[in-house]
Design a protein around this ligand. Structure first.
Ligand code: BG6
Length: 492
């Protein structure tokens, strides 16, 4: 297909939302589209064609969307709603069949550059793409947006990528990792590359280690049919956590061009040290929650939710080593889990201690190494812990204390009318504009799977079953042992 280079392509003129009655569409996508419209960011005449199998009239669908918006905390503006409702259309169809896809055509009148958003089971991606091609809807200028998981391992991710790639060129494929739409993840790029302060220190000469925590209080609940196949390693680590690691570890890209940024991320993924059976035992732990108490409420164990015993991990912690010049000898400790005591996504950059203390005995125990703490959620905050003199005078010399220099992003949301954006707003807007910097390229997904497959194999070789942990705790005791083995500790 003859194609305009993506960067020069005109804006998308419609979105076709597959799975429009599903959870993702209701919670994230339809509200995001409304908010983009409210901010004047949807192109003139941009159509929102929703589709799912459910037999619904257009009017009934529009009513549903209004109810979804009304249930949100933000105020809905009637003028914006009237404009947004005009864009909405609904077609019930089976999009995996060419006749189904063809039924969409008359509703896309005049659109030459639609973006197809697949908010459906990844097992259907290939068939929907084939149907879009057979019905003539997939044109050279259309775009396709895919949600994770792209496969369950390297082999299956390749199959999905092949099937989608048979219809769409790589630069028209937008693989979403919704973490990249989060304000704070993008802020990490600003923090690293818009300040002269950090970059000269960002290496193994000054940094002792890095911790990345993604803790959730929610359990798996009704999602077990999906989750049981994936577990924490494939559900969180393969994508969100490795992406965070890439943004911390990558070399400065030449610019924000998609190719520049994604090339640097791939280099990091290729430098991850492959896990061995010995690493599985010494440098990782799998866990599964049993019943306990989270935020004052009793919570059932995963086995009870699942209805039978299962070997799926709901917690994983790993030591990751990056074999390159910048990071040699700097371990990255990653942990993620469900039913932990609090919801927290956090990156901690722990600097090395000063090489020599001039402060004498009184301050011997006061001296703490600098630390940069980046909170991504629920609060967005960046704190740099710096040593300074404790106020006052004391016998035996100066006392020291560690105090945070804080860049609280909460303040940015305090003004009237300001609100925290849904990560999908940024991402949908980028697809409309054809900017794929914040999307995951095929080789990135595959490199991430290659490494994750190595971890899964090492776990299997070492016969590592998940260790139980009570809901509401910070995972099995092995999670602490794993970091303490290198004389470090989780920085809670
Ligand atoms: C999803 C995972 O990708 O991310 C879920 O499938 C997880 O299991 C969710 O709960 C976490 O996203 P967020 O934005 O709430 O941190």
């Amino acid at each position: 297909m003859a194609q305009t280079p993506l960067a020069d392509a005109p804006l998308a003129d419609a979105i076709v939302l597959f799975g429009a009655t599903g959870d993702l569409s209701r919670r994230m996508l339809l509200p995001s589209l409304y908010f983009l419209d409210a901010d004047g960011l949807l192109p003139l005449g941009f159509k929102v064609l929703a589709t799912a199998r459910a037999q619904l009239s257009r009017d009934a669908f529009v009513d549903q969307v209004r109810k979804i918006l009304d249930a949100r905390p933000e105020a809905i503006d009637d003028g914006v709603w009237a404009r947004f409702a005009k864009r909405l259309d609904y077609v019930a169809c089976d999009a995996t069949a060419p006749e189904g896809a063809a039924a969409l055509k008359p509703h896309l009148d005049g659109s030459t550059r639609p973006m197809f958003f697949l908010a459906i089971s990844p097992s259907l991606y290939g068939r929907v793409c084939a149907a879009l091609a057979a019905s003539g809807l997939a044109t050279a200028e259309s775009r396709i947006v895919l949600e994770k998981p792209i496969g369950r391992d390297l082999a299956s991710s390749r199959e999905v990528n092949e099937a989608v790639g048979a219809v769409f060129n790589e630069d028209r494929i937008f693989r979403i990792d919704h973490y990249l739409g989060k304000e704070t993840v993008q802020n990490l790029i600003a923090l690293r590359f818009a300040n002269t302060l950090f970059e000269p220190l960002w290496n193994n000469l000054t940094i002792d280690h890095v911790q990345i925590t993604v803790a959730e209080t929610e359990g798996v609940g009704e999602r077990w049919p999906y989750y049981d196949e994936y577990g924490a390693l494939r559900d969180m680590l393969q994508n969100h956590m490795l992406q965070l690691l890439c943004f911390v570890a990558m070399e400065p890209p030449a610019d924000m061009d998609p190719r520049s940024v994604r090339n640097e991320k791939v280099k990091v993924l290729r430098s991850l040290r492959r896990f061995t059976r010995a690493d599985a035992q010494n440098a990782s732990i799998r866990g599964q929650y049993t019943k306990g108490v989270v935020a004052g409420k009793e919570a059932a164990g995963y086995e009870t939710e699942r209805g039978q015993p299962t070997g799926t991990e709901t917690f994983a912690a790993l030591r990751v080593d990056i074999d390159n010049w910048r990071w040699a000898g700097v371990p990255f400790f990653l942990r993620t889990g469900k039913r932990l005591p609090e919801r927290r996504t956090q990156i901690v950059i722990q600097f090395k201690p000063v090489p020599h203390s001039i402060f004498g005995n009184a301050a011997k125990d006061d001296l703490v190494a600098n630390r940069l703490v980046i909170d991504l959620q629920p609060d967005e905050d960046i704190e740099l812990l710096l040593m300074n003199k404790a106020p006052g005078i004391s016998r035996g010399g100066m006392r020291l204390q560690s105090l945070p220099l804080s860049l609280s992003l909460l303040r940015a949301y305090e003004g009237p009318g300001s609100r925290r954006r849904i990560a999908y707003e940024r991402l949908l807007l980028d697809v409309i504009h054809g900017n794929s910097t914040l999307f995951v390229r095929r080789d990135e997904v595959e490199e991430a799977w290659r490494w994750v497959d190595g971890v899964a194999e090492a776990w299997a070789e070492a016969g590592m079953a998940p260790k139980p942990y009570a809901a509401g705790s910070w995972g099995p005791p092995g999670a602490f042992a794993l970091i303490e083995r290198s004389e470090r500790a989780w920085l809670d």
